[in-house]
Ligand binder design. Structure first.
Ligand code: AMP
Ligand code: ZN
Length: 116
C-alpha cells in the first residue's frame, strides 16, 4: 500500500480529521471512529509500517514508545486502575482492516469478548 493513500498516515499528518489525544515526532494517538467501549483509542507510528510483519530492527524503539504512550493515555482517560485491553491485529486472520500498524487501547467497561 502506498503511504500517500494510507488513512492513518493521513491522520498523523493532519490531512484527515480525527480526535487526536497525543502526538509527538514518532507516534499519534486518536479516538477510534467506531468505539467498542467508552475508551477506544488507536496509537500509530507516524512512520508507515504496514503491520508487525513489516517491522524492521530500527522500528523496535518506536514500538516500545507506542506502549509508553499507551500508559500515558490510560492515565489521561482514567482507565489505568480499572484496566483495559491493548490489541494489535495483523493480517486477514487477525482482523486487520487498516494496513498501518496500530495499537488499540480499549477500556472503561468490563470486557468479555476479544474486541469488547
Ligand atoms: P483493525 O480492524 O485492527 O485494522 O482496526 C481498524 C480500526 O480503525 C477500527 O476499529 C476502525 O473503527 C478504525 N477506524 C477506521 N477509520 C477510522 C478513522 N477515520 N478514524 C478513526 N478510526 C478509524
Ligand atoms: Zn500509513
Amino acid at each position: 500500500m502506498n503511504p500517500e493513500q494510507c488513512l492513518f498516515c493521513k491522520i498523523s499528518k493532519g490531512e484527515i480529521k480525527a480526535t487526536i489525544l497525543y502526538q509527538d515526532a514518532a507516534v499519534t494517538a486518536f479516538r477510534d471512529i467506531h468505539p467498542v467501549a467508552p475508551t477506544h483509542v488507536l496509537i500509530v507510528p507516524n512512520k508507515h509500517i504496514q503491520s508487525i510483519n513489516e517491522m524492521e530492527a530500527e522500528d523496535e524503539l518506536i514500538l516500545g514508545h507506542l506502549f509508553f504512550v499507551a500508559k500515558k493515555i490510560t492515565q489521561q482517560e482514567n482507565i489505568a486502575e480499572s484496566g483495559y485491553r491493548s490489541i494489535i491485529n495483523t493480517g486477514v486472520h487477525g482482523g486487520q482492516t487498516v494496513s498501518h500498524l496500530h495499537l488499540h487501547i480499549i477500556g472503561g467497561k468490563p470486557l468479555r469478548e476479544p474486541m469488547g
